[in-house]
Design a protein around this ligand. Structure first.
Ligand code: NDP
Length: 297
């Protein structure tokens, strides 16, 4: 019987544990504060930002929001970033991607105080992660690790194939799973659009992580017997629903489920974990900045 790994349930458990840590911080006069920065009015980004704010309210994190006009000079965004860097009530913040074309996202990331970089994208935090001294693990890869842990999937000695090499998912996940650590120690293969014979690399893996952004392109024939499948993809495809679309992953769930021993659904798999791990990083940021020890899940 294939296990459907319930990301909503695992994320809920993590949020519950974080709530205790947040109360400890609040009792010490250090309630965590998270800010979201949105440049422009992209509706999908607006939705993500709203969800992040709702998540904060639910666990007792103070949420703040900064809107920057989509046509504004990059300096306006940089000024907002500087204010957040200087604001002691803000322990962490994210600049919602994508930013408008006239803004260099890499420059934006470089301006974020690494101690408040709860996305974990600043070069200092990327370097620390690669060196095995992670301060903030990027939310999606960390969420994938927590899902594997919750599903009792040991990564030690496992062959893991990751499809996708982006800076926010594939590369940091590969680095995390490589670390000499209980939630690492895997042998990792990272595939991308120039990979040859992708199907062999996925079929021979104990764990397949799909993060390519191509709807349902990994099907059951590409999954080995009893492998574990983590589907990071979130793709909108046209459908006869009220909204005119539905969300599907990078994995063809129905066929992959036949061969896999465990699989995450879309929605309800990695997505809720990404949100939960942003709260985790915010609590960690507050704990570090306020020098108040808390127990993290
Ligand atoms: P990117 O577009 O930045 O990266 C996609 C990666 O997949 C690239 O490395 C690309 O290769 C590779 N790729 C694309 N097509 C193929 C193919 N046919 N065969 C093999 N490799 C391929 O995407 P992201 O990493 O930002 O996101 C990936 C997916 O995950 C998206 O669907 C996104 O919406 C979703 N996502 C979900 C999150 C969640 O919380 N659930 C969070 C973040 C992302 P190359 O480098 O050669 O171009």
């Amino acid at each position: 019987m294939t296990e459907i790994i319930d990301g909503n349930a695992v994320a809920g458990d993590i949020r519950d544990e974080l709530t205790d840590a947040i109360e400890t911080l609040a009792d010490a006069g250090a309630r965590p504060g998270l800010a979201t920065v949105l440049m422009g009015d992209d509706p999908a980004s607006q939705t993500y930002v709203n969800m992040k704010q709702r998540d904060c309210e639910e666990v007792g994190i103070e949420s703040h929001h900064v809107d920057v006009d989509g046509d504004a000079d990059p300096e306006v965004l940089y000024d907002a970033i500087e204010e957040l860097n200087d604001d002691p009530a803000i322990h962490g913040y994210i600049v919602q991607a994508p930013v408008p074309d006239h803004v260099d996202y890499r420059e934006v990331i470089r301006r974020v105080d690494p101690l408040k970089d709860v996305d974990g994208f600043h070069p200092e935090n990327v370097g620390r992660l690669v060196a095995g001294e992670a301060r903030f693990r990027p939310c999606t890869p960390h969420g994938v690790q927590k899902l594997l842990e919750a599903a009792d999937v040991a990564t030690e000695g496992a062959d893991v194939t990751i499809v996708g090499r982006s800076n926010i998912v594939g590369k940091p996940l590969a680095n995390l799973l490589l670390q000499k650590a209980d939630d690492g120690n895997a042998t990792v293969t990272v595939c991308h659009s120039r990979t040859e014979d992708l199907a062999t690399k996925t079929r021979t893996a104990d764990v397949v992580v799909a993060a390519a952004g191509v709807p349902e392109f990994i099907d059951g024939s590409m999954i080995g017997e009893d492998a574990v499948v983590i589907d990071v993809g979130v793709n909108r495809v046209d459908a006869e629903t009220e909204k005119g679309y539905e969300l599907v992953g990078d994995v063809e769930f129905e066929s992959a489920k036949e061969t896999a021993s465990a699989i995450t659904p879309v929605p309800g798999g990695v997505g809720p974990m990404t949100r939960a791990m942003l709260l985790y990083n915010t609590v960690k940021a507050a704990s570090l900045q306020e020098d108040v020890a808390v127990e993290l899940p």
